[in-house]
Write a protein that binds this ligand. Structure first.
Ligand code: FES
Length: 149
């Protein structure tokens, strides 16, 4: 085999090796980016849109028995519910990692969809990883209006 032919064979092998190294590196980097995105979305979920914007007073009739209303008060999401015990309101921010909880009228619990945290109708933790109860939000009922304090 001539020296020119040997050199060409060696160069082809080197180019193929470099191509495979770059391709493998790109695939590993892409996999890392996808995995990091999944982990970040798990740890910092996107909050859902709120139905009401910064209202401090809402008519009681907007929360019929058995229903709930998500609203924003002083810049924070609040979930007001009307149970058999009456109306109550809690911060809708889960005490685990800050996802928004929602009221499940059938089970009469607050449910956090991020890690399956569950709170009873008084805000106490009944299942899942939340370390403390939901934070209550103070309000008064004046002339059939719920006034958040
Ligand atoms: S954020 Fe984890 S259970 Fe609510």
């Amino acid at each position: 085999m001539s020296d020119d032919l040997k050199s060409e064979v060696v160069n082809t092998g080197t180019n193929r090796r470099r191509f495979l190294q770059w391709t493998l590196g790109g695939l590993l980097f892409g996999g890392f980016v996808v995995a990091a995105n999944v982990v970040l979305r798990y740890l910092m979920p996107t909050p859902p849109r709120l139905e009401k914007a910064d209202e401090v007073a809402i008519p009681v009739s907007q929360i019929p028995p058995g229903s709930s209303l998500m609203l924003k008060h002083q810049g924070s999401p609040v979930l007001a519910v009307h149970t058999d015990q009456g109306i109550s309101a809690f911060s809708a921010v889960c005490t685990h990692l800050g996802c928004l909880v929602k009221w499940m009228p059938g089970e009469k619990i607050f449910y956090c969809p991020c890690h399956a945290g569950k709170f009873d109708s008084t805000g106490q933790v009944v299942a899942g990883p939340p370390p403390e109860p939901l934070h209550p939000v103070k309000f008064e009922i004046v002339d059939d209006n719920i006034i958040f304090l």
